[in-house]
Design a protein around this ligand. Structure first.
Ligand SMILES: Cc1cc2nc3c(=O)[nH]c(=O)nc-3n(C[C@H](O)[C@H](O)[C@H](O)COP(=O)(O)OP(=O)(O)OC[C@H]3O[C@@H](n4cnc5c(N)ncnc54)[C@H](O)[C@@H]3O)c2cc1C
Length: 368
């Protein structure tokens, strides 16, 4: 019997999984996504700042792969009947690969949903881009990788405006001493105001209220802290963690439903002896390769091996002309080795275009 393999979500991890499953298994593969274009999520801060780039039709990226592509919204999964309910039809599956990704968490702090902008998806990035057409000071909340990329991109694009980074910790606390020194230098050059050790408790029409009673005034607030996942998995009855991410074993198979695998941001993955992997393309793409390898092994009667994952670097763009490549140990902790400046900007750009290239050439994911 030819198994029907249904892949939900055509982001970085779902695209790779569908492509490899069609190539490596004898299954019929159907890929479902809410939009017909592939969204390079890692470039949403660029889009928000007015950079233009071509959004590729998913059908074009899948050409010749044998994957059947359906543009529709996943509304519900009936795990008992093994059926996915889309807004316009139902799809029965033998094997399900769940890759619905993540979105901005707009409800953890009051006022974010009403007053803040995000760079988490294409619609939000476009809304921010539109708002930036009229004047106003900017406060980016969040000192993680997305916050650093967003604040430097915006400061470089709008040199006349007041741009602030508001972070609960210290600037660059997750990178090495050399990395931190470079971040401070870039912030100085771009005139970004740092507001450190500042926990935001509310957002309103005029800026941010802080836990210590202080205030940060800003006309435009960009929220980059916290991502959440859709509740489709939880409602389906799959075992999930406290954030709604599907709990999987080291072969990326659901711990509650063996016919289901989960990959990318929507999966809570803890390889043996390691901490949980962070949400990133850098983890989602190898997860996709591994999940399909495990599936192929099982379909061929072989026992699959568990995922072993080693981090290599964190690639941070700091505007279009600067960057920070922080080399890390296998467990993601920073080494003192960094690459900075124009070379780092080029390195990061090549990683971003490499990820897009992999969507068309999924075999590369096997080596990542
Ligand atoms: C601004 C920004 C910069 C980033 N930079 C980096 C970086 O430099 N390096 C890095 O490794 N990571 C980076 N990330 C994180 C990275 O983008 C995500 O970890 C990655 O996109 C996750 O891939 P995924 O395949 O799990 O999900 P996604 O890429 O989010 O794809 C999920 C897909 O599922 C679809 N979908 C969702 N719900 C439904 C539904 N109900 N029905 C149908 N379709 C649905 C979506 O439309 C989407 O196409 C960045 C993120 C942002 C926002």
């Amino acid at each position: 019997m030819t198994p029907h393999i249904v892949v939900l979500g055509a982001g970085y991890s779902g695209m790779i999984a569908a492509n490899l499953a069609a190539r490596d298994t004898k299954g019929h593969v159907t890929l479902v996504n809410a939009r017909d274009t592939f969204i390079e999520r890692v470039r949403m801060h660029e889009l928000a700042s007015g950079k233009t780039f071509r959004q590729r039709p998913i059908a074009e990226l899948l050409a010749g792969s044998g994957v059947e592509f359906v543009v529709d919204e996943v509304v519900h999964i009936d795990a008992e009947r093994r059926v996915v309910a889309l807004s316009g039809q139902e799809l029965a599956y033998d094997v399900l690969i769940y890759a619905l990704g993540s979105r901005a968490d707009l409800d953890s702090v009051p006022g974010v949903r009403e007053h803040a902008y995000t760079v988490a998806d294409v619609a939000s990035a476009r809304r921010l881009q539109e708002r930036l057409q009229s004047d106003g000071s900017i406060a980016v909340v969040g000192g993680g990788l997305t916050g650093l990329e967003a604040v430097t991109e915006l400061a470089e694009t709008y040199p006349g405006r007041k741009v602030q980074l508001v972070t609960a910790g210290a600037l660059g606390e997750a990178v090495s001493e050399r990395g931190r020194r470079h971040l401070h230098k870039v912030f100085g050059r771009l005139g970004i105001v740092k507001v450190e050790q500042a926990r935001v408790v509310a957002v309103d029409g005029g800026g941010l209220q802080l836990a210590d009673g202080g205030r940060v005034d800003a006309d435009i607030v960009v929220w980059t802290t916290g991502f959440e996942v859709s509740d489709v998995a939880r409602k389906a009855g799959f075992a999930v963690d406290e954030h709604g991410r599907i709990l999987v074993d080291s072969t990326l198979r659901s711990v509650s439903h063996p016919e289901v695998s989960a990959i990318g941001d929507a999966a809570a993955v803890r390889p043996e002896g390691q901490d949980e992997l962070r949400m990133a393309c850098a983890t989602g793409i190898p997860m996709a390769g591994h999940a399909v390898r495990a599936l192929t092994d099982r379909l061929n009667g072989r026992e699959p091996r568990g995922l072993k994952f080693r981090y290599f670097n964190q690639c941070i763009s700091l505007g279009r002309r600067d960057g920070l490549i922080q080399f890390v140990r296998a467990d993601d902790s920073p080494k003192e080795l960094v690459l900075t400046g124009r070379l780092a900007a080029k390195y990061k750009a090549s990683i971003v275009s490499g990820a897009l290239y992999t969507m068309r050439n999924p075999l590369l994911a096997k080596f990542s």
